[in-house]
Ligand binder design. Structure first.
Ligand code: ARG
Length: 271
């Protein structure tokens, strides 16, 4: 009887012991699999999204890229999302000041740039450009009242604000005797103009029109300084991605996604 009782107790302990060992082994294996053995991780490959497309952009350029709370949104962001979808990748956004975008692309920190970036022959030497996805112009913004600049010819010798490294920057520096004030962002260019520390600003028509809505004291000259094409920049030599991006843009133009984007951000289908 006593023997039997002792035997039962032993059996119970053994069972508990085996159970504990199994639990430890299973939990331990799961932990090892997820944390220590990344090659077996299923998270990345589950939806076939084993590749990530890293997008470089510079928000503050409404409606192409701007912040909505913590979110980065805009025409270019949606465009890049569709490209990522079409090429079966997930999209990751890196915010970089405009003049740092091409260096970041060359250094391999980002895979592509969608930042209302104009195709220029100089930039083409350092990057591939997709087919154009938007036609823009450069505009001159001035105060509505008491402006010393009322026509393009008045820009000579004046203080002109631009975003550093943009085509507006290049245009301003070609103006006779102009004192070009280069700033990191388009919003600081507008601040300088509002406080009259500059006489005029040169920037792309899209963001210029947006700023006029919220700055009733400013206006823009009707004449354009230039006509430009926006395209996606890709690292020099990455012809595979270039083709994928061009195919995706062409597809979007065919299936209505492109028109839907134009409508979403510009109100009406133009171009
Ligand atoms: N289109 C002009 C350029 O290529 C200005 C672009 C500025 N873009 C921006 N996201 N801040 O130089």
């Amino acid at each position: 009887m006593v023997q039997h009782k002792r035997y039962n107790k032993l059996l119970k302990r053994l069972k508990v012991g085996v159970f504990v060992v199994i639990v430890v082994a299973v939990v331990g294996y799961m932990y090892w699999d997820v944390e220590l053995n990344p090659s077996s991780s299923t998270a990345q490959t589950a939806g076939g999204l084993e590749k990530t497309l890293v997008l470089g952009t510079d928000p503050g350029f409404k409606p192409f890229e701007y912040k909505q709370g913590q979110q980065t949104v805009g025409f270019d962001i949606d465009l890049a999302r569709e490209i990522a979808k079409d090429t079966n990748r997930s999209l990751q956004i890196e915010e970089i000041a405009f003049d740092g975008l091409l260096p970041a692309l060359q250094a391999g920190r980002i895979d592509l740039i969608a930042a209302g970036m104009t195709v220029t022959s100089e930039r083409k030497q350092n990057a591939e450009f997709s087919n154009s996805y938007y036609t823009a112009t450069q505009k001159v913004i001035v105060p509505k009242v008491g402006s010393v600049v009322v026509g393009i010819e008045d820009l000579a010798g004046k203080r002109i604000g631009v975003q550093l490294g943009t085509t507006g920057d290049t245009l301003a520096r070609e103006i006779n005797g102009a004192k070009v004030v280069q700033l990191q962002s388009t919003s600081s260019v507008m601040q300088e103009l509002n406080s009259r520390r500059i006489d005029a600003a040169i920037m792309d028509n899209g963001p210029a029109s947006q700023y006029l809505v919220t700055n009733p004291g400013l206006t823009m000259l009707s004449r354009n300084l230039s006509r430009e094409e926006y395209a996606i920049a890709i690292r020099k030599g990455n012809t595979k991605l270039l083709k994928e991006v061009n195919d995706s843009i062409a597809k979007m133009k065919r299936d209505g996604r492109y028109d839907a984007l134009v409508k979403k951000y510009f109100g009406a289908a133009k171009l």
